[in-house]
Design a protein around this ligand. Structure first.
Ligand code: ADP
Ligand code: ADP
Length: 231
């Protein structure tokens, strides 16, 4: 639940930028919710408030009944373990193998050492990368890198997966396979997905509902079918 959220960025010269302007949204468990808009609309800033990478200047954010925007320290780290995130440029660790990238997130989440390798193997199987476990990111295609990003993000059984332009660095065909994987994760694992994109095609392919942002505001919201229906 996003309640009357504003995000202001201070600037040295002139007035602060209001990147998010009084946004309220309810995202239901199990849905794939898209946030669309042109560059600078405030999508990324809004998404980052959902795991408190960015703090609202006003308003509040509740994830799974916990007001994440009010948490600090250990309580915030614990809440973040229920929220995975993937990125346009994957953000993998280049000096670690595929398996080590995934294992790292489990170590950080406090998994017992003996349980990590089997979980890494299971999750790599799920994303179709079992044969790449010992490769380095530089040895992978863009689509494979994003699969590692997804594996890392969902290894710890999150309830929510935040996707920041997940297919914008990929070609059309590869994008389709990544969207299909996200859809499968949503359906099979029941993970709620919040996805930001400037590509309408992405929204039409997998989202249930969508919010359209412009100038920091949500200017339209509803079922994808209704928002993008042509008369
Ligand atoms: P989008 O993701 O839709 O492209 P952003 O959320 O990245 O939009 O940006 C929204 C507005 O906030 C833009 O005007 C951008 O320049 C500004 N902005 C974003 N992040 C920062 C920041 N860390 N510091 C200052 N301004 C920022
Ligand atoms: P580090 O030096 O970063 O600890 P390790 O080589 O010990 O790197 O690997 C970290 C963890 O990654 C291992 O404990 C194991 O759980 C997991 N791991 C590494 N390779 C694989 C693999 N091929 N399949 C499954 N898990 C793996």
């Amino acid at each position: 639940e996003i309640n009357n959220v504003c995000v202001d960025f201070a600037s040295r010269r002139g007035p602060a930028t209001r990147a998010v302007d009084n946004v309220s949204l309810r995202i239901a468990p199990g849905e794939i919710f898209g946030i669309v808009g042109t560059s600078g609309a405030g999508k990324s800033t809004l998404l980052r408030t959902l795991n408190a990478l960015t703090r609202p200047s006003e308003g509040s954010i509740t994830v799974n009944g916990t007001e994440i925007s009010a948490l600090r320290g250990a309580a915030l780290r614990q809440a973040r373990q229920r929220i995975g995130m993937i990125f346009q440029h994957f953000n993998l660790m280049h000096t670690r193998t595929v398996a080590q990238n995934v294992a790292f997130s489990l170590k950080a989440a406090g998994w017992e050492r003996a349980k990590i390798a089997p979980r890494v193997a299971e999750i790599l199987e799920l994303v179709g990368l079992s044969d790449k476990a010992n490769r380095y990111p530089a040895q992978l295609s863009g689509g494979q890198k994003q699969r590692v990003g997804i594996a890392r993000a969902i290894a710890n059984h999150p309830d929510v997966l935040l996707c920041d332009e997940p297919t914008s660095a990929l070609d059309l065909e590869t994008s389709a396979t990544i969207l299909a994987l996200l859809k499968r994760i949503n359906e099979q694992l029941g993970i709620t997905i919040v996805l930001i994109t400037h590509e309408m095609n992405v929204v039409k392919t997998i989202c249930d509902r969508v919010a359209v942002m412009s100038g920091g505001k949500v200017v339209e919201e509803g079922e994808v079918f209704n928002i993008f229906a042509h008369p």
